[in-house]
Write a protein that binds this ligand. Structure first.
Ligand SMILES: O=C(O)CCC(=O)C(=O)O
Ligand SMILES: [Fe+2]
Length: 554
């Protein structure tokens, strides 16, 4: 499934997978062989350093990926150490990464011996350029110990999903801070500890010049212009990029800038699908304004009462969809959307006399106001739905997932859709237009297929804020159901909202993954239930807060 991963989970983040793997590997381990990796995620885990961090498991399950990784990292030139010492890992980055990966990593390790670094750390020298340059590894360890002991950016989210209990051994090792905090909050939900905002764990610097850049103020917001001191051709980095590439230096030399760099743009409501009722007061929820319980406010979408003492991650009030649901053609309709030049969409072969899609076919049904969940009926025609399935063709491969315990978390199959296919281009255009976001914020569309019995267990579609400084987070999910699922099953369920949405053909389930202030909204936990007898087809369209440049996540 390396190929499958390359297709379906390019760029995804396999954090936590090893931890879950450690608990659930017996079957996989016995199937391991030296010549073939036992798990499709092996190359991703290897690229995240798991061959070193988790040697025993990786040796028996991912021997091939680890061998390849070792070869990639081997210094291939006797001059590597000298080049690295001269700073070539920064100035000739691509060449050095290929040729001298190990020497470049060593250049970012401690340059003094253990006792000397321990003495420097004890003196507080990590917040000076000299101390940090001499002892980067020791400073990182010390910072983790002082600031946070979580080592994965997703810890808090996994914790709120109950992983500290269900995946306890690994979670307590990887996410001790989040698990301890969740436990403390259980006993004392209004405690200052509980209200402390989520922290992104600091990570290694990726370049030698991080210290110099941090001292020059690049961790601060707004640094995109060419800097006076930058070598010719080298521009200043945007602060978000800087904080990601130079996490350690920014944390130690300019801590105030780190929090500010985690930009989470607010969600823009769409007048086409979210027109507020006339005269309704529009209130923006802002957890940081709550006098108490920011964490709870994040979950609840409103400030908690000081009188209530409920566990923050269970504070969600389950609201049934109001009945009868509001069914509103939101007029004025979007201006007519034209298919890409020269292409007729919705009148392909086999659809006989079916009408081509037009905006008046849309009906927006509000299922829940907060978090916003709607059903956009008529987002595709039946003929287009078939064209989308045809565009997926034979590209289906096992779906990926970024969460801990990923092995049996999602059993469906995913196909990346070719952006040039007319039905795909038209659907993207409709999604972007409906939300008022540019097309560039949409991830490449994916078709997901569930044969009877396949499922996707509860998960969030948003990403860890620490990982999304650059890409922005997923503000909206469009899940377009392409066919009816006769025989039952195949619904999308939101357990924290007590909502179950039927796979409604030609309609998009549209929900916000983030609160209006851009913070991930924990209430949007959802799952794809298994179809009982028929095959379910749907399209995932994830719309980010910023232009999406990377490979598709899943
Ligand atoms: O198939 C469904 O109903 C849910 C799919 C989903 O949540 C996802 O692919 O992220
Ligand atoms: Fe999802």
């Amino acid at each position: 499934m390396a190929a499958a991963c390359a297709q379906a989970c390019r760029g995804k983040l396999p954090e936590g997978a090893t931890g879950a793997q450690q608990q659930t590997t017996t079957a996989v381990a016995s199937a391991a062989s030296a010549s073939k990796d036992a798990d499709p995620h092996c190359p991703l885990w290897a690229s995240k350093g798991e061959c070193e961090k988790n040697a025993a498991f990786m040796a028996s399950n991912c021997a091939t990926a680890c061998a390849r990784r070792r070869e990639e990292r081997r210094d291939k030139d006797p001059q590597c150490a000298a080049w690295a010492a001269a700073g070539d890992c920064d100035t000739r980055e691509a060449f050095m990464r290929r040729t001298c990966a190990t020497a470049c990593e060593r250049a970012l390790d401690d340059q003094l011996d253990g006792a000397e670094c321990a003495a420097l750390v004890a003196k507080g020298a990590c917040s000076t350029a000299g101390g940090l340059a001499a002892c980067r590894s020791s400073c990182l360890v010390s910072l983790h110990a002082n600031l946070t002991s979580d080592t994965e950016g997703n810890c808090w989210y996994w914790g709120t999903d109950g992983e500290c209990d269900s995946n306890g051994v690994w979670m307590r090792e990887t996410c001790p801070l989040s698990c301890a905090k969740l436990e403390a909050c259980g006993a004392e939900p209004e405690s200052p500890e509980c209200a402390r905002p989520f922290e992104c764990p600091p990570a290694r610097d990726q370049r030698q010049d991080c210290i110099r850049r941090a001292l020059a103020g690049e961790c601060r917001a707004g640094g995109t212009a060419a800097s006076a001191w930058a070598p010719e051709g080298e521009t200043r980095w945007a602060s978000s990029h800087m904080v990601k590439k130079c996490s350690l230096s920014c944390h130690l030399l300019d801590p105030a800038s780190v929090a500010r760099a985690a930009v989470r743009p607010p969600v823009r409501p769409s007048p086409l699908v979210d027109a507020p009722p006339l005269f309704a007061l529009r209130r923006r929820h802002s957890p940081s304004r709550c006098a108490i319980g920011h964490g709870a406010a994040l979950l609840d979408g409103r400030c908690p009462s000081s009188k209530t003492r409920r566990l923050p991650w269970r504070r969600v009030r389950c609201r049934e969809a109001t009945s009868p649901p509001r069914m509103t053609p939101r007029l004025p309709h979007p201006r007519p959307l034209t298919p890409p030049a020269g292409e007729e969409v919705g009148s392909g072969e086999g659809d006989g006399a079916e009408r081509a899609w037009e905006p008046s076919m849309l009906r927006v049904q509000t299922i829940l106001a907060s978090p916003r969940v709607r059903l956009v009926r008529g987002i595709v025609t039946p003929a287009e739905a078939e064209q989308l399935i045809a565009a997926a063709g034979s590209r289906f491969a096992p779906s990926g997932t970024a969460r801990a315990g990923s092995v049996d978390y999602r059993t469906s199959e995913t196909a990346m859709l070719p952006a040039a296919a007319p039905a795909v281009a038209a659907l993207r255009q409709r999604m972007a237009h409906l939300m008022g976001y540019p097309d560039a914020t949409l991830e490449p569309l994916q078709c997901v297929r569930y044969v009877p019995g396949q499922y996707y267990k509860p998960h969030h579609d948003f990403y860890n804020a620490c990982e999304t400084w650059l890409e922005g987070n997923r503000h909206f999910t469009f899940l377009v159901y392409l066919r009816a699922v006769p025989g039952g099953g195949g619904e999308t369920r939101f357990p924290r909202l007590n909502i179950t949405v039927d796979a409604t053909p030609y309609a998009a389930l549209l929900f916000n993954n983030c609160l209006d202030n851009g913070e991930p909204d924990e209430r949007t936990l959802h799952e794809g239930l298994p179809p009982l007898t028929a095959t379910k087809y749907a399209i995932n369209g994830w719309m980010h807060s910023k232009a999406f440049s990377g490979a598709s996540l899943d």
